[in-house]
Design a protein around this ligand. Sequence first.
Ligand code: FBP
Length: 555
Amino acid sequence: MDISVFQKARYAYQPKLPAGLSREVTDIALKFGSPTESVADQEDLKAIFKHSYGKPLVTFEPGSNDKIGRPLKAGVILSGGQAPGGHNVIAGLYDGLKKGNPGSKLYGFLGGPSGLIENKHIELTDSIIDSYRNTGGFDIIGSGRTKIETGEQFASSWENAKKLGLNAVVIIGGDDSNTNAALLAEYFLEHRSDIQVIGCPKTIDGDLKNEHIEASFGFDTAVKTYSELIGNIQRDANSAKKYWHFIKLMGRAASHIALECALQTQPNICLISEELEAKHWSLLQVVDYICNSIVKRAENKENFGVVLIPEGVVEFIPEMKKLIQELNDILAVHETELMKIDSFPEQLDFLGPKLSAASDGLLRHLPLRIARELLMDRDPHGNVQVSLIETEKLLMDMTQKRLGELKEKGVYKGKFSALGHFFGYEGRCAFPSNFDANYGYALGFGAFILIASGQTGYISCVKNLVAPADRWIPGGIPFTMMMNLEYRHGSKKPVIRKALVNLEGAPFKTFAVGRDAWAVKTSFLYPGSIQYYGPPEVCDQPTKTLKLEHSQLVT
Ligand code: FBP
């Protein structure tokens, strides 16, 4: 097989393990804390997770662990969107299993959770693992968004795991996938099966984090890749001085990616969805905010600039949020009927009486393209597929129109020429940064320790991530500790609580200090590409978000 020179060099990279995982595996003991509670809805969750609710936090300590050397069989699933570092989670898990006992086996379920439901798997071997070490992508076994939710799906997952003689299933996924992992762990316990389930926190979106999970793997590489691209565009804009670039950035609901990229690149404008919601801004207010910068820069003869737009922004502008929620509820019940209607105006007439008057009016006034996009399929977890909604184009069109009005009033005298971009898939499969390569590997290795020590219902976690990797602190967090109830598909469901941007947090506050100046004066930063080799201050830096959120942990 042909491989690039760089890929070959990356195979040789040895991820740095935290000291807590570097000793002999039989000398890694588990230390349990006190029982835990969920973040909300405790009584409801206790009833749903009768057998797995309230487990204690786990840390790894020096000590003897006589369970660890048993031969084990584990299955691994990559679930949801790709995130750099996923191959290293699998490599860490594999290396742990083999270190524990060379006779242990690791199976990879193909194409996401459906691989477990349909019993599609491969046995992972040294040569397979070695050809994916430190590489991006999820192509080692593929990924998918199928949710294990029906009684038959749970039963066939159990059946297939039993057929393979599995001791454990490891699910590498985001908040929804780890919620699914929690339900699977509970199902096995309820059926008196000793098959264990362990999760690993994955998502470029950065929204699977809390007091115990400092970051999901993949965020670091994705934001650094997008920041490089934004910096390149800023340099182009500053050279040609003729375009406004409207850049939508992946990240689903939360604006963590956009915020980190803004801290890295200092664009003229970066919208933060959570702030727009808090301020109850309408779509027109957002457009006026953008126009304000464009008008001021035009006065300085700077008819160019960069606007960053989080992909989920439409779900946070209160009027749009209400419309989307109403559409979600209607689609949960009437989707099949709606899809049978061919013409879009007739679809609007079908929806009209079911929507509130305000939402009906808004849907009819949106550009046709956007209105259609709002009706597209939800993902299997009930989420609007915001990556498919062309928000950057909506804002470009509305900005152009508003600038026309301002020109007529004599307020705006510049030239406006806009280009739209969407950065998402460009960053999800990049070679993992050293941070993500180390972090993914440590999460996988930690998952092995949890499995070998007989635990289930935990997500593998690594703390103190702003310190050098050898000082990271691995352990396990019970799934139920991160859960609450939320509306999905029109009814309340247990889910791991998503972390949105905290407007009181240091990353947002730092951004807020700089942004008014950036909006008018060109203050672009050019972060350049991810560096894999060289001094630690260039290659091993975590994101600004992580540093700002956890600076107290730097030792
Ligand atoms: P996960 O939450 O599964 O990690 O998804 C990340 C993500 O990249 C989002 O940022 C984006 O909205 C979505 O996946 C796109 O989904 P798809 O890959 O199905 O197009």
